[in-house]
Each structure stands twice: as C-alpha cells, then as structure tokens.
Design a protein around this ligand. Sequence first.
Ligand code: C2E
Ligand code: MG
Ligand code: MG
Ligand code: MG
Length: 292
Amino acid sequence: KIKVAGGQGFRFYAPAMNARALERLDLERDLREAIRQGGLSLHYQPQIDLRNGQIIGAEALARWQHPRRGWVSPGDFIPVAEESGLIGPLGKWVLHEACRQNQAWQTAGLPPVTVAVNLSALQFAAYDVVDLTSAILRETGLAPEYLELELTESAAMADTLAFIEATQRLKELSISLSLDDFGTGFSSLGYLRQFRIDRLKIDQTFVNDIVQDPGSAAIVTAIINLAHSLNLAAIAEGVETEAQLQFLRAHDCDEMQGYYFSRPLPASEFEALLRSERLLAFPAETVAASRT
Ligand code: C2E
Ligand code: MG
Ligand code: MG
Ligand code: MG
C-alpha cells in the first residue's frame, strides 16, 4: 500500500516493505562491522569415526553475537552476507580462522583433526576459492590434509564444468572435499563420479526420521551404499538419539556428527574435549549388530 509521507516535499513508500528493507540494511551494516571488528566467532562440532568412536574432525560453524539482538543464526545472516557481497570477506575470515585454530591445536600437541569449512555456492561462483585456500594454507601453516571444504549441490549445479575443474584443482592441493546436505539438492548422479569429492554428508532431515519413517531410512541406506560404491565415505549429520546411531552403525555409515555426541562448541571447549580423548560410547547391541 502506497502512502504519502508528510514533511518536506513528497515521499512515497509502502510501510511494511520499508520497515523490512530498513531492518535488512541495519543487519547488513552491523554484519559488515562485525566482520571488520572481529565480532564473529567459530564453534566447532566434533565429527566421529563410527568404527572406533574417535573424534576425527570438527565442522567450523560461524557464530555472530549481535550487540543488541543477541545470537543471530547463520541461517539468517549467511543469506544476508550472500545478498550483499559480504560473503567474500566473511568466507575468507571463516577459512582463515578455522585453519589458524586447527594449526594452533596441532602446535599445542593435541590429537590432529580435520577442520571442515562451509563454502556457499555464491562464494564458489564469485571468488577464486582455489587461490584463496592455498594462500590461507600458506599463511597459517596448516597441512592441507587437515582441511576439508564442504560444498553444496547448488554450487555443483550452478556451473558444473567450473565446479568439476575447481574440485580437481582443490584435490591437487590435497585437501578433502565433501558434499553437504546431500539428498536435498538436485545434483545429477551422473556427475557425482566426476566431482573429486571424498565424502557425502547425509542431510539431517533424513537422519532425523530414520527410525519412524521407512522412506527416510531407505534414503539414508541408499546414500550410504551410493557413497561406498563410488569409493566415498558417508557421514551422517544431525544425529540426536541412540536409535539413530544404532541404525547408522548397522548400515555401515562411516562417520557421524550431532547433538547425541556434542553440540557445536566454542574453541576452548572443543579443545578441552579433544584433550580429554573422550570416545563416542556405542550401545552394546549396536556392536553386535554391526559385526554380523
Ligand atoms: P550445515 O553446514 O548443514 O551445518 C549443520 C547445522 O546443523 C548447524 O547449524 C549445526 O549446528 C546443526 N546441527 C548439528 N548437529 C545437530 C543435531 O544433532 N540436531 C540439530 N537439529 N541440528 C544440528 P548452524 O550452525 O545453525 O548452521 C546452519 C547452516 O548455516 C549450516 O548448515 C551452513 O549451511 C550455514 N553456515 C554456518 N556457518 C557457515 C559458514 O561459515 N559459511 C557458510 N557459507 N555457511 C555457514
Ligand atoms: Mg556443513
Ligand atoms: Mg549440512
Ligand atoms: Mg544442513
């Protein structure tokens, strides 16, 4: 609805749209400031090897504590970053910080783990991710074997040939690659063997329902089998219950992450967890089931 505002001269605006646009601009300005002033942080969620229960990696997840709004979810600020061109500087900061932190843990003598960093499709399209990654590895001194990039099916499908080429060059650097939220996008299975990726991350919406919903159980099993027949590993995300864990173990899923073992943790808490060498405890029945 268009209204005429009083005051000097005439201004036309739609109140609801205006409020939303202003709110967006606010958020964008504050995010730009946060990136510049060190207002972002990373939390680390352990990734577990389902053969032995050991922590083998951590997914780095961006966190933003807004001075007035409190914690803003990445589900809200990543899209803002993507739409405003801030995903470049944000993504660069995340990659640098994750590599720096992982190198610091290794220097401190902690058990070596891989750090996994999310790349948005937009970042992949607009920036030279390969140059950026190799520069950051050089700067931080992290060995490429301890970095994994999480790519999305939408990045793969936006420009498939460019994606294949970039993943090839990334593999030449010896870093690991995974396809995140697998099963929710529309990637062509035919391309899958041309992508030089190492693992499929089974989307948490399927994992959520494996116990109650035979359809989700079938999809999870199919993704695990697909991964293995292409010589890839399968990692399940969003594992919250013992029953889900049992299902995954019984169906030979390689790795897991989820609240069942740990939420994403601030760096200091993840470090304490690594130091404690805590293992994922397998329920007894699972061991029996997975050994048959
Ligand atoms: P994602 O990469 O699929 O990350 C997994 C999300 O699931 C994370 O949400 C994590 O906190 C949450 N999660 C982990 N375990 C469980 C569980 O057991 N149950 C439930 N319900 N959730 C679980 P988060 O941290 O809110 O991040 C949401 C999304 O934002 C990420 O999804 C990723 O797509 C994006 N994101 C986060 N950090 C970054 C970043 O640094 N760069 C980019 N480009 N995207 C990021
Ligand atoms: Mg991810
Ligand atoms: Mg995911
Ligand atoms: Mg997800």
